[in-house]
Write a protein of this length. Sequence first.
Length: 390
Amino acid sequence: MNEIGLLFLLLPVAAFSGWYVARRGSERTSGAKVSELSSNYFRGLNYLLNEQQDKAIEVFLQLAEYNRDTVETHLALGNLFRRRGEVDRAIRVHQNLIARPSLSDEEKTVALLELGEDYMRAGLLDRAETLFTDLVAMDALAPVALNHLVAIYQHERDWNKAIDIARKLEAATGESQGASIAQFYCELAEQARSRKAWAEARGFLDEACAAEGDCVRASMILGHIEASNGNPDAAIAAFEHVAERDVDYVPEILSPLLDVYAKAQRMQRAEEFLLRMTERHQGVSPVLALARLYSRTKGEKSAVDFLTRQLHQRPSVRALMALIDANLHTAQGEARESLLIQRDLTRKLLEGQAMYRCSRCGFGAKSHHWHCPSCKSWTTIRPIHSVVGE
């Protein structure tokens, strides 16, 4: 929950607290307490909006003492504690709230949900799982609880349970979870492939494609399976399908695909594929692969000429480094020393550079991930198309 969300949660509390103290003040002395409470409350909100959470918590703790029955204030406090990383305090606030016999069913459900999020933040996933499972059984805030359960099972890599809960979430909300379910099946297929359980892996891939019509990752895994089983034509078809389906995944399939082309002695088809990809793909990976192919089949000069032409069309530090390496073979004396300096500089330019970025949260990575380590989204990490990237 962000600051604006907390503000809208706390504004009704401010109105209620003002009414409460006004009523008490009319029974006793004057409106002094009303004025003091209102001033403190809006001072706390101001701290919250200015991201001064320490001061906001101090004010809200004082306000909670005025009226210990105000549920919203304690929910807001627990949320603030959790966001600050003081999970133990958040847990105590929410546990004390749940223990109140006067809570309505709706209020208790919200408090239980908050407590479950506390447990997740603290890494107490077994407790969080039990709590969210109970909420689902009670049909209370089921979609939210189901979402949290999916996150827990993903973290634990319990893909069968993740699939089961994702299907329940789909039924509860009417929103398709096919893309996520397909990834869960692909994870199971990868596990089966590592054990060389080929039939089992193929079954999981079929399920992945059933969940998400044309799952790119499933085609990629199938290509690896066919290559491992000595089926070059089927492997080539699967890998090429990945490139046709989503050109951004070309860098991920180039190495295994070129190996299969070579083993099957299909280098003419390899060249045709790479030429198509240099036209369709913005990145430099197909260019570098084609330059290496030309170096082996047509000679070093053809490779250098090709790289030089491509550098004019698409400036790239990686292509420049490949061009420098190609020229080093024949360079001597001062020319060679100059090229060595240039290669060292280009290498330093690439050091530490992220090659991939998550389109949802901006997480940068040197290698591809199907599951973003930061925001936990699937298939959102893509190559960075830039002079120093792909």
